[in-house]
Design a protein around this ligand. Structure first.
Ligand code: ADP
Length: 172
């Protein structure tokens, strides 16, 4: 059985991430979406919230599991018995970073392959950072993030008044 891990910060999960996860889940028998707890960038959501949002967004994919992790991706891959690390590619800038990471991962774990899936065209311009900016400025997020993620973002950036009740998966 081929197991793949799809690591990232997912802060928060977007429809671009969901697209990559769905396509990877169609290739591999099991996909572990791994939410990294401490990326080298400032986070909007806690690990628990990022995991909960990803779980809800991917609940329709029966061979996908969402977990949190810390440490190296290759160590996580070995722990869950994965032979493959999946990453998504949007632009040339992603390519440079992904190549560098793939070379370093290969040095540490030559038995694990990195598979990069090119984004679907409609999500090629999508990043969590841009979505946060749209939300902050009061723009619509349909077609960019799952509905529950849009709600969580609006609550985070615009406050309770604009969104009503606290989304049920958020602790804070
Ligand atoms: P990281 O902080 O590790 O880059 P991200 O959560 O930003 O984690 O992204 C996780 C993975 O998903 C990366 O491989 C990234 O290139 C990919 N990704 C992010 N946004 C998109 C998108 N819109 N379409 C396809 N892949 C994407």
């Amino acid at each position: 059985m081929t197991i793949a891990v799809y690591p990232g910060s997912f802060d928060p999960i977007t429809l671009g991430h969901v697209d990559i996860a769905a396509r990877a889940a169609a290739i591999f028998e099991r996909l572990v979406v791994a939410v990294f707890d401490a990326p080298a960038k400032s986070l909007t959501f806690t690990s628990e919230d990022r995991i909960a949002m990803a779980r809800e967004a991917l609940a329709h994919l029966t061979n996908v599991e969402v977990i949190g992790f810390h440490g190296l991706t290759v160590d996580l891959a070995r722990r869950v018995g994965a032979q493959v690390i999946v990453r998504g590619l949007r632009a040339v800038s992603d390519f440079e970073v992904e190549m560098q990471m793939a070379f370093l991962n290969r040095r540490m774990a030559p038995e694990i392959e990195v598979v990069c899936l090119p984004t679907s065209l409609e999500f090629s311009y999508l990043s969590a950072t841009m979505i946060k900016e749209i939300i902050r400025l009061g723009g619509p997020t349909e077609g960019l993030v799952p509905h529950h993620v849009g709600e969580a973002l609006r609550q985070k950036y615009l406050g309770d008044a604009s969104t009503g009740p606290v989304p049920r998966f958020l602790n804070s």
